[in-house]
Ligand binder design. Sequence first.
Ligand SMILES: [Zn+2]
Length: 355
Amino acid sequence: MLTSNVRHFAAVLLMGMAGLLAGATPALAAAPQHHDQAPGFYRLKVGDLEVTALYDGAGVFDLHWLNAKKATIDGVAKALREDPYLLDVADSGFLVNTGKQLILVDAGAGTWWGGPAFGRLENSLRSAGYTSDQVDLVLITHLHADHVGGLTTQDGQRVFPNAEVFVAKAESDFWLSPENAAKAPKDAQSFFQSAQAIAAPYVKAGKWHTFSGSEAIVDGMTIVPLPGHTPGHMGYEFSSKGQKILFWGDIFHAPRVQLKHPEVTAVFDIDQSAAAATRKRLLPRLAGEDIVIASPHGAFPSFARLHKDGNGYSWAPVVFADQWVDGSRAADGVDARELFMTTQGTRTQLTYTGN
Ligand SMILES: [Zn+2]
């Protein structure tokens, strides 16, 4: 503890030194602000897989795009007045490097949806050390433009020229059908037009492949049908060395609302009751196991684990770390995570065990 005299002496000394320094050096200009951000990628180790979230953009989900009982919507409207950031969402795609193949799961919006705040995915992929011609496979969760827009330029060029693109047959048949497009209500027309224009150069090049549910496309990957949002909405579950990750497309649009109220659907869910039923069936399974969820509209880096919480669920987001470590919990319940803290040159290892 400093006595008040000593403190006074120290203050006078510091002021004197500050005066000396000010006299000796010219005043420094104010540091300019920087408005750029860190490159939009984040890598996660899932067994032997290197999984990279690729940022495409961010926006705000509109309250009117949610569908629920009036009381629930009124509650969300009230919460939104208190927390105007409640419906903020991201848009991400994901890369899986299996060591043999480079696989892209969803491709962001490109220039087909959401305006200039979107379309960063290809840049994010380059920042992550890859080029678009290295992508071998693209797995599509569904054909909405915010998930496939990044595949094709506005003038019809393939952004991933060497990639074989895989999409569920039900999904491809639905959106690429001229008859369905003609029958669709006016507001839905643009979804058909973008899907058809984005698919066209891959179809023409013989690189557009459909599957009906059981085909083996990639070793260690299981197709998980998640119908409702769109007719052929698909999840892709990868596992490696007992660790798992599910790319689940649009199971959630407004995660902070739908975690609490899993029954809330979105107006973009083509079959509202099937979308709700899929979620009702899927969420308890995911909450009961250690599986990472890659959720394109979750806060970047869009990886989280799900837990049961009262009548709803809570999210344990993967927290940014600049380490390449195994983030998963071992099967025996012992947490394999090791957190290294560097304090004044001393490296302290903290090992967490158990719960
Ligand atoms: Zn979406």
